[in-house]
Design a protein around this ligand. Structure first.
Ligand SMILES: [Zn+2]
Length: 224
């Protein structure tokens, strides 16, 4: 089974939006002016297209995301459901799952990392052309994106250590080695390290707070 959010996850979020069940109360305060999130107002609803994998086929599913506005400084924030990653159409389980599979072993290649049980998830066949599949370069791009959330990771790490000061997470992060064959530039090494950190912190975060860092830290999900 390829890692993916399900259609049920996306429909459940849409129902929550329609029933006004999405609230800003659990978000951190505004990072710009420190106004507490309980004072945030609903600013807009944006329809977003997500790509999920159903029986090895990549399909589009739509739901609304809520945007909040800080009354102190007018900064706006998107509420990210547990399955979403800022700026991405594929869902968090797919993006972190395929990226983690590339990072998990020294000799894993991007070509191998897209494969699930000997085939890659495909796009539904169009009339003329052969149906394309999830591309190895897509995973390369996902790792670039995940590697850029360093500020979000730092904030998440602080929350984790506040919750559990004796957590093994710092040891786990310090022990990481990115195999030399996976990068040719220092910049790529940084992206791979950042992505690996995010995957580990996200796993600890899910275990501790039962939610994704992107959901809990929605006001802090900027790239640094
Ligand atoms: Zn503000």
């Amino acid at each position: 089974m390829p890692p993916t959010a399900t259609l049920a996850d996306i429909k459940a979020h849409q129902r929550k939006v329609e029933k006004d069940k999405i609230t800003p109360y659990n978000l951190p305060p505004c990072p710009r002016c420190r106004v507490e999130s309980e004072f945030f107002k609903i600013h807009a609803y944006r329809e977003r297209r997500f790509l999920i994998i159903i029986e090895m086929l990549i399909k589009a599913a739509y739901c609304s995301l809520v945007r909040f506005k800080c009354p102190g400084c007018n900064k706006t924030f998107t509420d990210y459901p547990d399955f979403a990653i800022p700026h991405k159409h594929y869902t968090r389980p797919s993006i972190t799952g395929f990226s983690a599979s590339y990072l998990q072993s020294d000799d894993m290649t991007y070509q191998q990392a897209v494969m699930v049980d000997n085939s890659a998830p495909g796009y539904p066949q169009s009339d003329s052309s052969e149906a394309p599949t999830l591309a190895p370069t897509t995973i390369h791009r996902w790792i670039t994106t995940l590697g850029r959330f360093t500020q979000t990771c730092r904030t998440a790490l602080i929350l984790l250590l506040q919750e559990n000061p004796v957590s093994s997470i710092c040891r786990d992060l310090a022990r990481l080695i990115i195999p030399q064959r996976k990068y040719k530039t220092i910049q790529r090494k940084k992206q791979l390290t950042g992505c690996q950190h995010l995957v580990i912190i996200e796993a600890f975060f899910q275990a501790t707070f039962k939610t994704s860092i992107f959901t809990k830290l929605a006001t802090r999900c900027a790239f640094s």
